[in-house]
Ligand binder design. Structure first.
Ligand SMILES: [Zn+2]
Length: 57
């Protein structure tokens, strides 16, 4: 198996998935402050350069 990095499926990194899920749950529960927290954490996570999804903030 000499696969180099495949660009076939964009795989969002785990923190992104968790934050997106937490934000969706917070929205569903009308917990706006928690939803905002998730957005801030997501932004900070991406700006920190540790995001594996490779999406510039
Ligand atoms: Zn990420």
């Amino acid at each position: 198996m000499t696969h180099e990095q495949q660009q076939v499926q964009p795989d969002p990194c785990l923190p992104c998935q968790e934050l997106a899920l937490a934000g969706a749950v917070a929205n569903a529960e009308y917990d706006w402050s928690r939803a905002t927290d998730c957005r801030v954490l997501m932004k900070r996570h991406r700006e920190s350069g540790e995001c594996a999804a490779g999406q510039p903030a």
